[in-house]
Write a protein that binds this ligand. Sequence first.
Ligand code: GDP
Ligand code: MG
Length: 171
Amino acid sequence: EHRFAQFKLVLLGESAVGKSSIVQRFVKDSFSDFRESTIGAAFLTQTVDLDANTTVKFEIWDTAGQERYRSLASIYYRNAQAALVVYDITQESSLDKAKYWIKELQKQARGGIIIALVGNKTDLEQERKVSSEEAESFAKGLGLLYFEVSAKSGTGVRECFKQIALKMPIE
Ligand code: GDP
Ligand code: MG
């Protein structure tokens, strides 16, 4: 018998860290260098097959990082069962913003929410400002999942969603 489960997943993080690009890579397996910034939030869906008998569908809310939308974000994360908190490995300040969102989730989101800290833009390794060790030890210290990805090359993106899917409570 085929098992099918669906979960709400929200993306949070500073503007321009690549949230929409990660979603575009995961949903359409494509990338564009000139993305229009997200207004409010965008909704997309994509499935992950965990094995021949198990499919997980993610209902994805891609939020806008701009200050003026910050208060709206809670509408999207309040009912989320999973969250990707994204930073840009070439922008130190974007990790601080990710830490802010993680705190916010821990205060306001549902109990049992699966949170992943995701460092994007690993194709820009030569411009890296945040070490993997720093970010990973922060994430692991809080019991969060941790991934590094590149929406541009696609490296790590599917694996990140698959690992989250594996953590979801499927009856
Ligand atoms: P958002 O505001 O967090 O949704 O970020 P966007 O997805 O709109 O991306 C912001 C900018 O970063 C765009 O110019 C993207 O093309 C670029 N970008 C996103 N992901 C990557 C990546 O993995 N590598 C590189 N080099 N650029 C990226
Ligand atoms: Mg966006």
